[in-house]
Design a protein around this ligand. Structure first.
Ligand code: NAI
Length: 308
């Protein structure tokens, strides 16, 4: 199983590290545009192999896509991250050009590849990858909901004063502060609804803290986060590589599902060896449906900037 990660920056390197530590891939190729950067990160990571006990071979290249040939999965993290006070949407001007070129190069050398798009604004970049490559929809996956759900569970466990492994919850919708739709109604602690333990106000606080999860970290770090994004990507890669048929909220092209069309937005999907094996349609309340419609309108407005 060969995995390429484009962008050897904070998220790309973190994702490569988690993939290697889980030791399910034979090879990870890091690609970056900065001379020597991917090679350096790959060498540094390889020097952790004997310490962390993995056999995955990590190599790096400065833009030579022939080295990525035959990749089963490719992750796109190339592009600029946001700085404090910026929205993800403001990154579109620079990142759209990068994602376009990178997607074309990846598919040219690995025609059967499954793409995982991470660069922001992620839902729009996932849609762009569709337009540029024409790959079937099961083979283009946007990563956002897996991260937002992990942040939701972190906040939920905090509110419940419970271990993280006791809580469950999911965030669907667009990967933006305004567009996220955390499904607080379905959040649980040991399979009991969280609303049994928490007041409506406290649950709403969990929801609000989740929505600004990325912005909170960007303010603290001066740039966007990388550990949780890297771990979230590695979870998707593993689900595909190991054919786990595991459910994650991911951005995918909708063609009528959830009453939405012609956009990529986060909904629950099953991930297995074919990429997105199924879009799972869960029953939403009228209020949740309205929030999804509003979120979709926001994503479509950003998609419109691609033609501007
Ligand atoms: P970073 O600046 O640390 O790394 C980006 C890397 O991309 C740099 O090393 C840069 O040299 C490289 N790059 C730029 N153009 C390239 C090209 N044409 N080909 C190959 N490499 C190229 O940024 P970071 O923090 O790793 O974030 C990467 C992207 O991921 C950003 O757009 C950020 O907003 C996004 N992100 C998305 C998340 C999500 O949940 N979808 C979560 C966190 C970050």
């Amino acid at each position: 199983m060969k995995v390429t990660v484009v962008g050897a920056g904070a998220v790309g390197a973190s994702c490569a590290e988690y993939i290697a530590i889980k030791d399910f891939a034979s090879e990870v190729v890091l690609v970056d545009i900065k001379e020597g950067y991917a090679e350096g990160k790959a060498m540094d990571l390889m020097q952790t192999a004997s310490l962390n006990g993995f056999d995955t071979k990590i190599t790096g290249t400065t833009g030579d896509y022939t080295k990525t040939a035959g990749s089963h999965i490719a992750v796109i993290t190339s592009g600029i991250p946001r700085k404090p006070g910026m929205t993800r949407e403001e990154l579109i001007g620079i990142n759209a050009g990068i994602v376009k070129t990178v997607s074309e190069n990846l598919v040219k050398h690995s025609p059967d590849v499954i793409l995982i798009v991470v660069s922001n604004p992620m839902d729009t970049m996932t849609y762009l990858a569709h337009k540029v490559t024409g790959l079937p929809k099961n083979r283009i996956i946007g990563m956002g909901g897996a991260l937002d759900s992990a942040r939701f569970k972190y906040r939920l466990a905090e509110a419940l004063e419970a271990p993280i492994s006791d809580v469950d919850g999911m965030v669907i919708g667009g990967h933006s502060d305004k567009g996220m739709v955390p499904l607080t109604r379905l959040a649980t602690r040991n399979s009991v609804l969280a609303s049994e333990f928490l007041s409506e106000d406290r649950l709403n606080q969990v929801l609000e803290d989740t929505k600004v999860g990325g912005a909170t970290l960007t303010k603290l770090l001066g740039t966007s986060a990388w550990y949780a994004p890297g771990a979230a990507v590695s979870g998707l890669v593993q689900a595909i590589a190991c054919d786990q048929k595991k459910m994650f909220p991911c951005s995918t092209l909708l063609e009528g599902e959830y009453g939405l069309n012609d956009l990529c937005i986060g909904v629950p999907v099953l991930l297995g060896k074919n990429g997105i094996e199924k879009i799972v349609e869960i029953e939403l309340t009228d209020a949740e449906k309205a929030k999804m419609q509003e979120s979709a309108a926001g994503v479509k407005a950003t998609n419109g900037l691609l033609d501007a």
